[in-house]
Design a protein around this ligand. Structure first.
Ligand code: ADP
Ligand code: MG
Ligand code: ZN
Length: 634
């Protein structure tokens, strides 16, 4: 512990003591002096003369060679009558370790040796024995005190000095350094515009988003994008990681948040970026350990700061997380992180663009085609690609090449894929299964009339578990669904699995979620909506949902008997097998198109609805642009 660091403990804000020196500093000097003194004493006690064994000492006494001795508590010092004969330069002084020997004085007297006892000046070791633990205790106490006092409004300003607030006045990152996340970039451009000229927006009375949350799998460039926003807007960038707020001591995190916002407000317009928001923004829960107290206080402070913050001043709060599902709902409310931007894994084109960025500074051989590398790296995120380029360059350097060639990339890819195995990078076979599956959904959804048009199909693996998805975009809000609508939807849901059956003669586990959703719909048709002819217009379920919230109530059994239950199950089975037949009929009639769409999808990974309809040969859909797309099936 360095003296300068501890002194403010005694003198808040560095006030000077009466002597012009800080008392604590004086104390440290005093201690150091005492310590030196102690060492000097010890040295003196032990280093007087030649050290000899006790037996030798006894022999010397017996031979009458000793002139006088001083008996200490632990050592005996003495002097010989004359220096040893064989070595005239050796001193006459000697010491030996004292041994319990009651007869010693008698022997000394017999040989007429002068002897005296020695009261060792023991005050210093005693004092040190007291002082060292005391100082340690004070030190430890002060350490804790300091951290806690930092929490109480920062009287001693420790929250500030401890907090690693990275304030960049000029961020060098630009949007051109980020690729493959065009949609996220587009959404963030608005924020840049606002930060560049807040007045223009506020004069018109517009409401500016307060918080923007970047959501996506690890390594997709969330942190990079946040920095790019600051770089593009030329505003200061305050960043902290969520995990840095989480300390053992209650209140420290809250103080840091307060500090962060205070500093940011003084520098507006600017960006406050909280990386890994999930570390502090986890849903508040009751725990037996009670160790969440700190995180909760920190979170509450963040919520309070965000509420009390006037975004018109030009401070935008950005957050990033790869686990949005664990976030406390309070964080996502309007006025807080009310805007979410998805930063997803890149598709082939995106991967090529990212590779282009990262190979800019790398010497490349002529045989490297980035498009080929992009095609081979399905499932890689931006960070993986950056890593890949680096690995390839290292491999080339190891073999003393002058440029990185395709073979270096190939071996780097192999190596990385082996390492990424844990992260589930899809194999070629798996990609094919997923491509058939999604094409199946998409074709059934497009061919069957009256369904929401397909907006996008993707086989880019997403961070949230899905291997691919087919997104349908509603043309208008729907409040009612007819029986026909529901039956068509069932056919779409089963379309994925059916396509696998038809094209590969085998079904995979990937359809599990589809099946669950299809079964839920079929069950609801029979037991809730009275849509089954066999059972009639009866609701067998009672009230299943809370009135205003979409929360399912606990299941109530016993509204129907055993025999009815069997008929319900039979009805569900019949509905599902009808839907399955519909899907099979459509896909068999469009067998060639299933191949075309699948092949194309494997090539480009993400397909827009328009291209899909062109491939299948149906009329284009006219969707209103502002409806929010929802994944329909995966
Ligand atoms: P995240 O915060 O999403 O986990 P990072 O922003 O920390 O990911 O990305 C780590 C590194 O990977 C970046 O510094 C950059 O070099 C590279 N990277 C990631 N995504 C991209 C991208 N979309 N474009 C270019 N480089 C990227
Ligand atoms: Mg990050
Ligand atoms: Zn599916």
């Amino acid at each position: 512990m360095a003296p300068q660091k501890t002194s403010p403990r005694f003198n808040p804000r560095g006030a000077k003591g009466p002597l012009g020196k800080r008392p604590a500093t004086t104390l440290w000097y005093g201690l150091a002096f005492l310590l030196l003194l102690g060492l000097w004493q010890m040295f003196n006690f032990t280093s007087a003369g030649r050290a000899i064994p006790y037996s030798e000492f006894k022999a010397l006494v017996k031979n009458g060679e000793v002139s006088d001795v001083t008996i200490g508590e632990q050592t005996i010092r003495g002097e010989l009558r004359q220096a040893p004969a064989n070595d005239s330069k050796a001193s006459k002084q000697f010491t030996t370790t004292r041994v319990e020997d009651p007869k010693l004085t008698e022997e000394l007297e017999a040989k007429q040796v002068k002897y005296s006892g020695e009261a060792i000046n023991k005050w210093l070791p005693d004092l040190l024995g007291w002082i060292i633990p005391l100082v340690l205790f004070i030190g430890i106490w002060g350490f804790f005190f300091r951290r806690m006092s930092g929490a109480e409004g920062g009287v001693m300003s420790f929250a500030r000095s401890k907090a690693k607030i990275y304030a960049d006045d000029e961020v060098k990152v630009r949007f051109t350094d980020v690729a493959g996340v065009d949609e996220a970039e587009d959404e963030l451009k608005e924020i840049v515009e606002f930060l560049k000229n807040p007045k223009k927006y506020t004069n018109l009375g517009g409401r500016i988003p307060k918080g923007v949350l970047l959501v996506g799998p690890p390594g997709t460039g969330k942190t990079l994008l946040a920095r790019a926003v600051a770089g593009e807007a030329h505003v200061p960038f305050f960043s902290m990681s969520g995990s840095e707020f989480v300390e053992m001591f209650v209140g420290v995190g809250a103080a840091r948040i307060r500090d962060l916002f205070q500093q940011a407000e003084a520098k507006a317009p600017c960006i406050v970026f909280i990386d890994e928001l999930d570390a502090l923004g986890k849903a508040r829960v009751q725990s037996a350990l009670g160790s969440h107290e700190e995180r909760e206080q920190t979170l509450n402070q963040l919520l309070a700061e965000m509420d009390g913050f006037d975004s018109r001043k030009g401070v935008i709060i950005m957050g990033a997380t790869n686990r949005p599902e664990v976030l406390d709902v309070a964080l996502l409310r309007p006025g807080r992180f009310d805007r979410q931007v998805l930063v997803d894994k890149p598709d082939v084109k995106g991967r090529e663009a990212i590779l282009r960025i990262h190979t800019k500074a790398v010497k490349m051989a002529g045989d490297v085609d980035l498009r080929v590398i992009a095609a081979r790296t399905a499932g890689f995120a931006g960070a993986d690609l950056a890593n890949l380029v680096n690995e390839a360059a290292l491999l080339a350097a190891r073999t003393d090449k002058t440029a990185v060639d395709i073979r270096d990339f190939e071996s780097a890819i192999d190596r990385l894929i082996a390492g990424l195995e844990k992260k589930r990078v899809m194999s070629t076979k798996e990609r094919k299964i997923v491509a058939y599956h999604e094409s199946g959904h998409a074709i059934v959804a497009t061919v069957l009339p009256g369904l929401d048009p397909v907006h996008k199909i993707s086989i880019v693996q997403r961070g949230f578990g899905a291997l691919g998805y087919t997104m349908q975009l509603p043309l208008e809000d729907r409040y009612l669904m007819t029986r026909g609508d529901l039956l068509s939807q069932l056919a779409v849901l089963l379309g994925g699995r059916t396509a696998e059956e038809i094209a590969l003669g085998e079904i995979s586990t990937g359809a599990q979620n589809d099946l669950q959703r299809a079964t839920d719909i079929a069950r609801a048709m029979v037991t809730e909506f009275g849509m089954s002819d066999a059972l009639g217009a009866i609701n067998y379920e009672g009230q299943k949902r809370a009135r205003f919230l979409d929360i399912p109530l606990p299941p109530e059994r016993g509204l129907y008997g055993e025999e009815t239950a069997q008929r319900i199950d039979a009805e569900i089975t019949r509905i599902l097998s009808d839907a399955h037949n519909t899907a099979r009929r459509i896909l068999e009639e469009n067998r060639g198109k299933l191949e075309t769409v699948t092949t194309r999808l494997l090539e480009i990974e993400v397909m827009e609805g328009a291209e899909l309809r062109a491939l299948i040969g149906v009329a284009p859909a006219t969707a209103s642009p502002d409806t929010v797309p929802l994944p329909a099936a995966d």
